[in-house]
Ligand binder design. Structure first.
Ligand SMILES: [Zn+2]
Length: 583
């Protein structure tokens, strides 16, 4: 079924037309004064929303198109300092974390070839939750390219906040797909941040456990992961219990906040703010990656919480107020009219703009008609709240106790240390040419559109002949600390046999009540998969794109020292922790 709204293009329709009694939002026309607010960069890979997982699949990239239409419709593009189309990630960039065989498979498999590749499809956990669809690999490269570009810009210090709603695919593993996720753009972006940032805090408010990111950094003390999710042991992915707190050097650097069905705004915000404030105080991150999965909203097709868009956005606002460099990505979210509203509202929160409750008119009005074109429709109260004040207090007290282990932990670099990659530079002589290339490293992943397009010709403003060639980073790919690329699969850093990864299918098709674009049919419930006990990939990039601007290292910031800090944590090599994973 094709919606009527698809018959016309976004750019062919006026943004603001009379909707009678519903009124219309007024576009924001003032430009923000430079420096008065954080610099916000917004990444939208052109065409990313046109991909399609399949008729009955709940993951709809079209939600990205809706989000973008609302963001532009509200005139938020006038509040955002930088809007980027972005080059897609390269295969080498994906293999900074993922196994070569897996990426090679993704690059080759198509709906036409999948019958010949059935065994590999099973090996790499594709097929059901993670179907093979047209241009799958391009889709992965697009959303990952945007997260990497955002991370680079944050590392370069040329933006304060980077937004990529197309990213946030937190379930993907090193060597296999999981839960609608193929490539883990978050892990790759964090690896990029670690080249400059001593400590990265990852926060995940998707209703599902952020297992892929947790797993990647489970043994690292430089990345602290905090996931708020529904946990029953049965609910996908089946992991994320309160006492899963990291391993080895990473012990205590992983927090899980297991919640039950129906949690409301007040309870969620209370536990979120308490845990995040305590975590930031204890861990002192130098940058934050925030995954804003919108399936934690009330009325989500796959979710079971009762959060309003305002409360979801308040989590974003709370994190923003710590004024740390922040990469904000999307994630889950399966009632797409609410996903797009939520991420639009959160864009406004991040740029510090107040937007009216009346949605702007777009060609996608049909999605919002039943809720009177409101940005904040009532979403709460649909599911009984199984949480209690006492159960939540037990969680926050337990987490506060866990965070005590962080205070003074000898492995944590608590000083502000210049996050350089001197260790890499010592390993190799760079030519002048290479060094010149390095200067543009931080900008290599994106292309600034100097002329922000008018709202009603948004796509016309994207330069179709955008200079992809010059955007491709020519930075050398070197192997971390002299290692050759390994093709072995990662090892599980946890006890075996606890059913990592494929615990449950992410969705069942038998509760199909969605309002989405083309999916109103009902199919049989999905089979649940057997938990897999074989080793899951830990983050040990076999190769890293090691390029850096030496000049940028000259001013490492106040209080910095390139030497070891008093704790003995040697920071110049951002990948040092990876060696600890070898043994
Ligand atoms: Zn989710």
């Amino acid at each position: 079924m094709v919606r009527t709204s698809q018959a016309s293009t976004f750019s062919s329709s006026p943004y603001f037309f009379d909707r009678g009694s519903h009124g219309t939002a007024q576009p924001i026309t003032e430009r923000v004064a430079p420096h008065s607010r954080p610099i916000v960069s917004y990444y939208y890979p052109k065409g990313v929303g046109a991909h399609h997982y399949g008729e009955r699949h709940p993951m709809k990239p079209h939600r990205l198109t809706l989000t973008n239409a609302l963001v532009m419709g509200y005139g938020l593009d006038r509040q955002i300092q930088n809007i980027y189309d972005v080059r897609s990630a390269t295969q080498a960039e994906l293999e900074a974390y993922h196994d070569h065989e897996y990426i090679d498979f993704l690059s080759r498999v198509t709906p036409q070839t999948q019958s010949d590749m059935r065994q590999m499809i099973d090996t790499f956990n594709c097929g059901e939750d993670c179907p093979i669809f047209a241009d799958l690999y391009d889709f992965c490269r697009m959303y990952t390219g945007a997260s990497l570009a955002g991370a680079r810009k944050l590392s370069a210090g040329t933006t304060d906040i980077a937004i990529n709603w197309s990213g946030g695919l937190h379930h993907a593993k090193r060597g296999e797909a999981s839960g609608f996720c193929y490539v883990n753009d978050i892990v790759l972006a964090i690896l990029e941040l670690l080249r400059y940032h001593p400590r990265v805090l990852y926060i995940d408010i998707d209703i599902h456990h952020g297992d892929g990111v947790e797993l990647a950094f489970y043994q690292s003390n430089r990345v602290m992961t905090v996931s708020f999710h529904k946990y029953t042991g049965e609910f996908f992915p089946g992991t994320g219990k309160l006492d899963d707190n990291g391993h080895g050097l990473g012990k205590h650097f992983c927090l899980n906040v297991p919640l039950q069905d129906g949690i409301d705004d007040e309870m969620y915000l209370s536990v979120f703010k308490t845990v995040i404030e305590d975590t930031i105080t204890a861990f002192r991150p130098t940058s934050i990656v925030l995954q804003c999965g919108a399936d934690s909203l009330g009325c989500d097709r796959l979710g079971a919480f009762n959060l309003s868009i305002a409360a979801h956005g308040e989590c974003v606002n709370f994190v923003r107020k710590f004024n740390l460099p922040m990469l904000v990505v999307g994630g889950g979210g399966y009632t797409i009219k609410n996903v797009s509203r939520c991420w639009t509202y959160e864009t406004s929160v991040l740029v510090g703009a107040v937007i009216p409750n009346e949605l702007p008119a777009t060609v996608y009005d049909a999605f919002f008609k039943d809720s009177q074109f409101k940005l904040h429709p009532p979403l709460t109260g649909k599911v009984d709240n199984q949480n209690s004040a006492a159960s939540l207090q037990r969680i926050t007290v337990s987490i506060r106790n866990k965070l005590r282990y962080l205070q003074g932990a000898p492995s944590v670099a608590m000083q502000e240390i210049p996050p350089d990659i001197q260790g890499f530079l010592e390993d190799e002589e760079r030519t002048i040419e290479e060094r010149e290339e390095e200067i543009s490293t931080a900008m290599a992943g994106d292309q600034r559109f100097e002329d922000i397009p008018a709202r009603n010709d948004y796509y016309d403003g994207w330069k179709d002949n955008d200079p992809v060639e010059i955007m491709v980073p020519t930075t050398p790919v070197v192997f971390a600390r002299g290692r050759a690329p390994s093709t072995r699969r990662g090892r599980a850093g946890r006890p075996r046999g606890r059913g990592r990864g494929r615990g449950r299918p992410l969705y069942r098709d038998d509760d199909d009540d969605d309002d989405d674009d083309d999916n109103d049919s009902i199919s049989a419930p999905r089979k649940s998969r057997k938990p897999k006990s074989r080793g899951r990939g830990r983050a040990k990039p076999v190769s890293v794109a090691a390029s850096v601007d030496r000049e940028s290292l000259k001013d490492p910031g106040p209080g910095s020292s390139p030497e070891k800090d008093s704790s003995g944590f040697n920071t110049p090599d951002p990948y040092a922790f990876l060696d600890d994973l070898e043994d």
